[in-house]
Design a binder for this molecule. Structure first.
Ligand code: ASP
Length: 425
């Protein structure tokens, strides 16, 4: 085992420990002195908020340069540009298929368990829900009018399109292309090092993020919609452990146990930041260095997945739609269920992987089948916890599909994947 992977393992353990300590500290505050003014202003809104925010900013800071540079390095290294089409086709096909499975599981669970029947909701809060862009608009917006503007606003799909075109041009531009390609590949190494630095801050950032959640969320919020919360959590776990393990095993023969054990660090990042976009640097580093996927595939499939693949979000949306329909006593027809499936898949393509976006998109899903958007207010109070958990599932899906596609292209180093290293003490 390499020094790098051992350090990584130590770091993941420290991050997990930070999560538990953060939760314990947050809950302790919540149950004891959280309502005192100085605790609120110095600890919760002070040290914890600032540390958490700085950490998330460091991660976000890396996303655009990393995706841009790493994607250009990956695409320009593809000797055969046709392969890019194949990798893209496989990745998009698998992303859609897993989201389809996720939403179907969610709807079946919502129909069978009926979480909304007899629900005693928490206070209904008004909230502005912004409209979601149409699918046609999503397609048009994929082509950047100005790549610099797309980077400045962090719009992932146009950045991906531009970087792929740049990479292809570099690959086809002969000797000058080779020189520039080499520069991007060196640049990529440098940025990966930077990712490593930022990850050293992770235990502190994760501690702060989880502690402030624990300190500010009241148990009462959860009680009214407990059945909904539990059902979403259970289905998220089922999808991640059963569906992903089966797909991974069937398509690659690789061990799901090893896969999940190496994903622990990434899951902790996704969970505490609730953003698959901000987690991209960590996901990319892990699928390349620990799971053995080559940069040529991963640099493309990971950022793409963070943008278009949201299985966890689909599960929440399916169960929420069922919950809200049941709460308002609406009987959905089969056509309406199919409509929900379609809308959820399309919504996950158009959405950026940032905190809370799934709930906003839910408004569009509800509107498509005539359910009242006010229903969202019922589940607003508990969304943060679910957001964190579904984001962890979203990134697991991205990594799993990356491993499958890389393996099918002969770009997965199985020795790296199977290297579980020194047993942990
Ligand atoms: N926070 C999720 C993500 O970044 C999206 C969502 O709100 O469901 O993947």
């Amino acid at each position: 085992m390499t020094a790098d992977s051992f350090d990584h393992q130590k770091l993941s353990n420290r991050i997990l420990l930070a999560m538990f300590l953060g939760l314990a500290f947050g809950l302790l505050l919540n149950w004891t002195i959280a309502d005192q003014a100085w605790v609120q202003s110095f600890i919760i809104d002070g040290v914890l908020a600032v540390t958490g925010e700085i950490f998330v900013r460091f991660l976000s800071m890396l996303v655009v340069p990393l995706v841009f540079v790493s994607l250009i390095a990956g695409v320009s290294a593809l000797s055969d540009p046709k392969r890019l089409g194949r990798v893209g086709g496989k990745a998009i096909g698998l992303y859609m298929a897993t989201t389809g499975i996720a939403i179907t599981l969610a709807l079946v669970a919502a129909v069978l368990i009926e979480p909304g029947v007899g629900a005693n909701p928490v206070d209904v809060v008004e909230r502005e829900i912004s409209a979601q862009p149409s699918f046609a608009q999503v397609l048009v917006d994929m082509v950047p009018r100005n790549p610099v503007a797309a980077m400045a606003s962090g719009d992932m799909l146009p950045i991906i399109v531009f970087a792929i075109l740049m990479g292809l041009s570099i690959a086809l531009a002969g000797e000058p292309g080779q020189r520039i390609g080499q520069m991007f590949s060196d640049f990529n190494e440098v940025i990966m090092r930077l990712v490593g630095f930022v990850m050293l801050l992770a235990p502190y950032g994760v501690f702060a993020l989880i502690a402030s959640l624990g300190a500010t969320t009241g148990w009462e919020t959860f009680v009214g919609v407990l059945k909904y919360v539990i059902l979403v959590l259970v289905m998220l776990v089922v999808h991640a452990t059963v569906s992903y393990s089966l797909i991974l095993k069937m398509l690659t023969g690789l061990s799901p146990r090893i896969f999940f054990s190496k994903m622990r660090g990434v899951l902790a990042f996704a969970f505490s930041t609730a953003s698959s976009g901000a987690t991209i640097p960590v996901t990319l580093k892990t699928v390349e260095n620990r799971l053995g996927a080559d940069n040529k595939v991963a640099s493309f499939t990971v950022p793409l997945g963070a943008t278009i693949n949201m299985d966890g979000t689909a599960i929440m949306q399916g169960i929420a739609a069922g919950f809200i329909a049941q709460y308002f006593g609406v009987d959905l027809s089969l056509t309406q269920y199919l409509m929900i499936v379609l809308m959820v898949i399309m919504a996950s393509v158009g959405a950026a992987g940032v905190p809370g976006v799934g709930l906003i998109l839910l408004a569009g899903v509800l509107a498509s089948v005539g359910l009242p958007a006010e229903g969202i207010a019922l589940i607003l109070g508990v969304d943060r916890l679910l957001d964190m958990t579904r984001t962890a599932v979203n990134v697991t899906g991205d990594a799993m599909v990356t491993v499958v596609v890389a393996d099918s292209e002969g770009e997965l180093d199985r020795d790296v994947f199977n290297d579980i290293g020194r047993p942990r003490r």
